[in-house]
Structure formats: structure tokens, C-alpha cells
Design a protein around this ligand. Structure first.
Ligand code: ZN
Length: 82
């Protein structure tokens, strides 16, 4: 499946506060999907009520073992440090 970029309602990153208004993934993001902030590289979750929220401790543990998330975070963090 190809990656697509979707406009999403602007929402502040719960970690750094930067506004994120696009999402790239396999279709439009759904509640519970992970989001990686392009400004700080931290992972948040698309909330049911809209916007982004910090992951729960359980979600954090799952995300730590998701190699796709870790590879994307590494690429984003490399870009933010250049
Ligand atoms: Zn951020």
C-alpha cells in the first residue's frame, strides 16, 4: 500500500506544542493511530475526540517495539538535527 499525505485539522503536539496539520500514512489517520511530530520526533496518538494526545504507558511500550515507528523517528530526528 502506498503512503499518502492527508490534511488534518491543525492540532498541537502534546509534547512540544508545535502545530501538526498533515499526516502521512496508509490513508487518513483514525483514532488510536500513532503520529510522529515532525518538529520534535516524539510519538503521540490521534485522540477519539480529535487532536493528538500523549500515548498511555501501555501504548508507549508497544510503540517502543514497533520497528516502523522507531525507523521513522530516527529519520525525523536526523532531519531536525541538521
Ligand atoms: Zn512535537
Amino acid at each position: 500500500m502506498n503512503l499518502t499525505t492527508t490534511n488534518v485539522p491543525a492540532a498541537p503536539c502534546p509534547i512540544c506544542g508545535s502545530e501538526n496539520d498533515h499526516a502521512t500514512g496508509h490513508g487518513a489517520p483514525k483514532p488510536g493511530d500513532a503520529s510522529i511530530c515532525l518538529f520534535c520526533g516524539e510519538v503521540s496518538i490521534f485522540a477519539k475526540e480529535g487532536g493528538l494526545r500523549e500515548p498511555t504507558e501501555y501504548e508507549r511500550r508497544l510503540l517502543a517495539f514497533d520497528t516502523r515507528v522507531q525507523m521513522l523517528r530516527a529519520e525525523i530526528l536526523k532531519g531536525t538535527r541538521q
